[in-house]
Ligand binder design. Sequence first.
Ligand SMILES: N[C@@H](CCC(=O)N[C@@H](CS)C(=O)NCC(=O)O)C(=O)O
Length: 201
Amino acid sequence: MTTLHGNADSGNCYKVRLALAQLGRSFTRIEYDTDHGATRTPGFLSKNPNGRVPVLELDDDTHLAESGAILWYLADGTDLLPNDRLERAQVLQWMFFEQYSHEPYIAVVRHWLKHHLLDAARTAQLAERQAKGHAALAVMETHLAIRPFFVASRYSIADIALYAYTHVAHEGGFDLSPYPHIIAWLERVRMQPRHVAIDAP
Ligand SMILES: N[C@@H](CCC(=O)N[C@@H](CS)C(=O)NCC(=O)O)C(=O)O
């Protein structure tokens, strides 16, 4: 049985839950309190030395970390990942964009605000992180102005990767109303078969 080591409120873990659900794969969940060091224990570090969820545990006890790597592993050979060489590279382009230009700003600010973790040092970084989050949203808005999905006009793990934290960006104080193409894309993603919400049990 596949096991997902994760956290219910984490968008990175939600990416994996969404892909597993849409691929019709059953799995069990083990929940970690990431705000209180539960992924920093020796036992967890033996699964992922980087001390973070999500971690996917496979039938043979192999552990795979990093949401993007897990998405790629699950989607390869399915409709969630194109076969064409360039389109596969474009999927990676948007997944790397998500990790470098989107998640560090939109996800991190959401986490700080939603979990009441704003100390003085974080408050000092807030405006810059919000500006960089809006810069990422502007890039997405431009791209989606003439396309239904991020790559090859079809739903893929690039959309899953970017949907996870964009659809809850308002929890980090990001107003999406200036981004009508993003709002329309969020709805298209929500309408995909076997979609599950981030708070689905
Ligand atoms: N790049 C990683 C980021 C993983 C990550 O930051 N996980 C957070 C939850 S969203 C975590 O485990 N934090 C607990 C900690 O750092 O101790 C991914 O995409 O999987």
